[in-house]
Design a protein. Sequence first.
Length: 217
Amino acid sequence: MFVVALTMFVMPLQAQQTRELPLSIVAFGDSLTQGYGLMDDEGFVPQMREWLAAQDETVRVVNAGVSGDTTAGGLSRIEWTLTPDVHGMILALGGNDLLRGLDPALTRANIEGILQVAAKTDVPVLLVGMQAPSNYGPEFKADFEAIWPELADTYGVLYFDNFFKGLGESDLSAARQYFQPDGIHPNAEGVALIVKAMGPAVQALITEAQTRRAAQD
């Protein structure tokens, strides 16, 4: 009888302690998320943490970026990434698919697979879109860029249309000062602009994660 009573006391206490832990948001992506070529405090995740803290958001942002990862690589690791202590996900993959010229249909299928896992585990998502340069041709560009808004609509997830939006809406070549010498990865100043532009969308993700967490209590 004592053991049963103790268990009945401990279980609600553990649930309360779990609710009091800060939300955990996973930044799931490639080298852009991982912080390639930057100091530890200069990458996307640490700068996003700092930006959110300045907005009085109490949240953990976990770096789940893998340099060089494709959407296929992301699909292969999403199941074990979305553990029960993950409350939301920033999904920013597709850049390496683009660099390799992979069929947009494959990219779409992989992103959709990741969203299906997130839906199954009830993890809200902020889907971050990618833009293709015109040298891939108009058909490739249209097919590639349509992936993110269409899947965001299909799966009812939050959507931010372009990872590099903070650097300018059109020609990234005019924003060379915000890139590292490789012309692909943003420098620390560029990341700061990216974070500032995307930050409100991440706040919307936090709000949705809080709502779902409260509904589960």
